[in-house]
Structures are given as C-alpha cells and as structure tokens.
Design a protein around this ligand. Sequence first.
Ligand code: 13P
Ligand code: SF4
Length: 320
Amino acid sequence: MILDDHTLDGISEHELHEALQALKAERNAVFLAHYYQTPDIQELADFVGDSLALAQAADRTGADTILFCGVHFMAETAKILNPTRTVLLPDLEAGCSLADSAPADKFRAFLDAHPDHLVVSYINCSAAVKAMSDIICTSSNAVRVVNSLPKDRPVIFAPDKHLGAYVQRMTGRELVLWDGVCEVHVDISADKLKLLMGKHPDAKLVAHPECPQHILADADHVGSTASLLEFVQRDPAQTFIVATEAGILHRMREAVPHKTLIPAPAHADNTCACSECPYMKRNTVRKMYTALRDRWPAIELPEDVRQGAERSLRRMLELG
Ligand code: 13P
Ligand code: SF4
C-alpha cells in the first residue's frame, strides 16, 4: 500500500520505516548513504561510506533505483555511472558550498585562462565541471591522483583550495587552486579547538583535509571520513577530537564504544557544539519515502555532459 502525505503525517516512526522497506522491495531499490547523514538514515542504508566508496558502490549496483542519501553531486555521480537506472535524492536542495563555488561558465573561463593545464577536480563539483576535467579525485585518493599525472604538465586543482593546498604539501607539486571552500570545515574554530586540546592533552586530533591548514597543522591524522573512522579504530589512543562533520560520530561511536570521541567546536554557538552540514541534514526518512513513492526528485543529465563527466570519473575509478 502506497501512503499519501496525510497518512504519513499520522504514522509512527516504526510504521514509516516498515512502509519504506516495503516500498524499497517493490521498487527494487538500494539505499546508499554518506557518513554525514543522520543516524536513522545511516541505519536504514544498505551501504554507508565516504565519497569514493559510495561512487564505487553506485558503479556496481544492480538495483533498478538508487536512493542516494547524501548531497546533489553524489547523486549526480551515481547517475553519471548509471544512465539507465533511476537515481533519487530525498531533497533536491541538498547542495554543497564547494560544488556551488564553481559554476560551469566561470570554470570554463578559468580553464581558458590556463591553457595546457591538466585539470583535477574534487568529486564535490557539478557534472558540468567534471565534464571539463581530466580526472576526478576524492579526499581519499587526491594525493594518488595528482601523483599519477605527468610531471611536466602544470595542474589545476578545483574546487576546494584547502584540500588542494594539502595535496600540494603532500606531493610537493605546485597546483593552480580554484578559490572554493567547504563552509562546514572552514567554520571549525581554531581558538575553541586549542582550548579543547588543552583540556584533553592525551586526545588525538583527526581532521578532514577540507579543513584549513591552521587546523590540519595540529592533526595527528588527516584523511577522508572513512580514513578517520579507520584511524580511531586502529590507533591505541582512548580520546579523539574529530574535526569534520558530526555525522561521522555515529559510526565511530558504534565502532569504538569504549573510546571518547569529541567533535571539534564550530565558530557558531549552535546547539550541538559541533559542525553540521546544513545540506546533508536536509534529508529525512520521510523524504526518503516520498522520493521513492513519487520517483522524484530524480537526477537527469544532458547526455553529452554525462558522457564527459563519466570519462573523468572512470579515470579515477580505474586508479583503484
Ligand atoms: P569524504 O566522505 O569523501 O571524506 O567527503 C567528505 C565530504 O565533505 C562530502 O561532502
Ligand atoms: Fe559540501 Fe562541506 Fe557539506 Fe560536504 S560538508 S556536502 S563539502 S558543504
């Protein structure tokens, strides 16, 4: 039975979850979720991962429908790799400040001003920008991707200038950086973080490379969400300060319930005293249900853009 909006208003969380599972089976759907989604969404997902693992999971699925619980560029990536499948995003407004920082027309003009450059784009960008890029990277393989490029060619790195600066330091390679930032990671307060580290001298700091250098400089480990999760499990320390979006803490707490995990504080005096991505948090379980029910919002792309974006994405996937 398909539930209308009025019925959805009156049912319990448990009933909503049951209805969602029934609809999922009917639609032969798979639920993919990023670590920044709320715990209830992560628990409902068939697969939870970082951007690279999610792209790989999207690439190998046999489901008719992919319900992508993440942000727009992630669902778009799934569609680029799966043109014949239906790809749904629970909330079309789930965007990304990094992807928004690089509109296609301005990016084209930037590339025209830098002829002969190879173009590496972070996966947090639009399909149109991917189509203009030579190769895509994520935070887990950016260093490897840049190291794979011929040494005699100048390289543009877009759109995250902090990840780009980090890759520059790690590879020793000069990169031309696009001036984009993740509004969530640049909002982590260095002053409050110093105070917190003072209070917890034994804590190790783990940080996402979208953070500015003044945060990364103090970090014991820098990596993608999956890499941070893996580090807190592997490292013998008992207390960690986690400098990334707070959604990752759900999986971390499950993985190391005996360890103390403290979110790095944001500038804003928000209620969670942590960093939350307002775009990631637009998705809800109810919106998962209505997206699957209405087969909307569905991701659609012009075929020429999709093919161009697939070329640069596949180059990354082929690197492994
Ligand atoms: P990863 O999960 O690939 O580290 O990406 C973080 C992020 O900001 C996604 O938007
Ligand atoms: Fe974009 Fe930052 Fe949100 Fe990730 S956390 S989706 S990079 S705004």
